[in-house]
Design a protein. Structure first.
Length: 505
């Protein structure tokens, strides 16, 4: 359909935490909607009460708030196509179930789970379809009288779609092209269950996509096998003309490449699988999320955007505005995308570098405070700017630069053995006197004066600098020496030197 307003939906079932693959699906929907000036909708598909997990819906909304992918319509923001929770749309679905029954496009089936089980035991690869349905207990095999009696007796039933065998079903997929399936491979799927008076996923999904005027169904490849049935449902309901376009996204694969990415891979290799931390209400097991592991949402989204799509060149760093401008469903790949999680770490590093020192410092300041240290924001910002190129996550900053905030109380033994020479106490005492006399304690001025002194005395630069570093840092690491002494300031620098001389003498 042309000239149709783009409306896309992300339609998770609240059965637990959102898998990172679901985040990618939502992201592609979001990019497409924003680019096309369309609507991005959240619909909660909670018709399977057996799999409902309390807290999962709130988790999903919270995850998208953190990610910065706002919905235009959702259970919490509302919208004119609501309600957006399927469990609140019972009456809507019932109307279409009745319509399909009336028109003979669906039928009632009374088979109990035990009867179905017994059938499966005797018929290999049993499928409820044209070849078997007349052997089952349903409104097609029973007389009208028998059916009426069963209903009057309050017998539970399901409604099944009547699939006509040997028809060609065409699914037009924007990524995969045309997929043709013979309807004989499909079974008479259950559309509705009297037991809870709720439709199954298939019916609810199609009815809602139609009523919510969804233009494009962008979802994971695992739903491709359902697409022919969905096409037949649109046809049965008389909605084929306004059927949305399909786009089935490639699978996310294990980092090693073969097989579908699973939570087990994440646990085994040590990367998060959920956007936010999640405690499984059944097992009590907590999984750390991307947020809690220190990922920036922008970095995570950039990483995910390139798992299954690329801009047609090797550009990788693409902020949201650029992703929106360049995203193209036709450029999504058909083959699965390896979940190269180390790349997510690289993206995080790059996004930290792109952020201003001030913005990173704002994330770092609470960590400094947590360490019981009081430091001015100015100092935190300066240190952040000096050190952020060495880290992948903000929480790694403390480990990398705590010496800027806390004076060493012990001195690394190996460094002492290697760097603290017999002449070091005397040389450091001399250097202290020199530094005490410098009024302009800028990096450049210190460097100029100290270097001249070293040359004048004929000292070995390495010996001086290594010992100096040991006194200020307590070990052999850190940035340029005069950067450190400048940040610490003259008093603190001298105090640390004196302390080291006293302890190491
Ligand atoms: N409720 C389905 C899910 O959990 C929706 C699939 C679809 O997008 O059609 O992913």
């Amino acid at each position: 359909m042309t000239n149709r307003k783009v409306r896309v939906r992300f339609a998770p079932s609240p059965t637990g935490a959102l898998h990172i693959g679901g985040v990618r699906t939502a992201l592609y929907n979001y990019l497409f909607a924003r680019q096309q000036g369309g609507d991005f909708i959240l619909r909660i598909e909670d018709t399977d009460s057996n799999r409902f997990v309390p807290g999962a819906e709130a988790y999903i909304e919270e995850a998208f708030r953190w990610l910065g992918l706002p919905f235009d319509e959702s259970p919490s923001v509302g919208g004119s196509y609501g309600p957006y929770r399927q469990s609140e749309r019972r009456a809507v679905y019932k109307e279409y179930v009745d319509k399909l029954l009336c028109e003979g496009k669906a039928y009632l089936a009374f088979d109990t789970p035990e009867e179905l089980e017994a059938k499966r035991a005797v018929v290999p690869n049993f499928q409820y379809d044209a070849s078997t349905r007349m052997q089952m207990r349903n409104s097609l095999s029973l007389s009208q009288q028998q059916t009426r009696e069963l209903l009057e007796a309050g017998t539970q039933y399901v409604v099944r779609i009547l699939i006509t065998p040997n028809q060609e079903v065409r699914v037009n997929d924007l990524i995969r092209g045309e997929v043709v399936v013979n309807s004989s491979v499909l079974d008479d799927k259950v559309l509705y269950k009297s037991a809870d008076a709720l439709p199954t996923y298939h019916l609810a999904n199609i009815v809602d996509d139609h009523l919510m005027e969804i233009s494009h169904v962008i979802r994971g490849e695992e739903w491709l096998p359902s697409a022919p049935l969905h096409v037949l449902l649109y046809r049965a309901l008389g909605w084929e003309e306004s059927m949305p376009a399909f786009a089935h996204l490639p699978l996310l694969l294990k980092p090693e490449g073969n097989g579908k990415l699973s939570k087990r891979d994440a646990d085994r290799l040590g990367f998060p699988i959920f956007p936010l931390s999640w405690t499984d209400p059944k097992t009590g097991e907590t999984s750390v999320g991307y947020r809690q592991a220190g990922y920036l949402p922008e970095a995570l989204l950039n990483f995910l955007a390139l798992l299954g799509w690329n801009p047609g060149n090797d550009q990788e760093l693409m902020p949201m505005s650029e992703l929106i401008a360049q995203f193209n469903l036709a450029h999504c790949s058909r083959s699965g995308a390896k979940f190269a999680y180390q790349k997510a770490v690289w993206f995080n590093h790059e996004y930290l570098l792109m952020m201003s020192d001030e913005a990173v410092a704002r994330l770092f300041a609470p960590i400094v405070a947590e360490q019981g240290v009081t430091a001015s924001f100015e100092k935190i910002k300066t240190v952040t700017g000096m050190m952020k190129n060495r880290i992948n996550f903000v929480h790694e900053l403390w480990e990398t630069c705590s010496f800027f905030f806390v004076a060493p109380t012990t001195y690394d033994e190996k460094t002492v053995q290697k760097r603290w020479k017999a002449e070091s106490p005397a040389q450091m005492t001399e250097l202290m006197e020199l530094l005490a006399g410098i009024d302009d304690f800028s990096i450049e001025n210190q460097e100029r004066i100290v270097m001249a002194w070293i040359a004048d005395k004929g000292y070995h630069t390495g010996t001086i600098m290594n010992a100096f570093r040991l006194t200020l840092v307590g070990e052999g690491k850190g940035p340029h020496m005069f950067d450190i002494s400048w940040v610490l300031g003259r008093e603190e620098t001298l105090a640390r030197m004196q302390r080291a001389i006293d302890v190491l003498k």
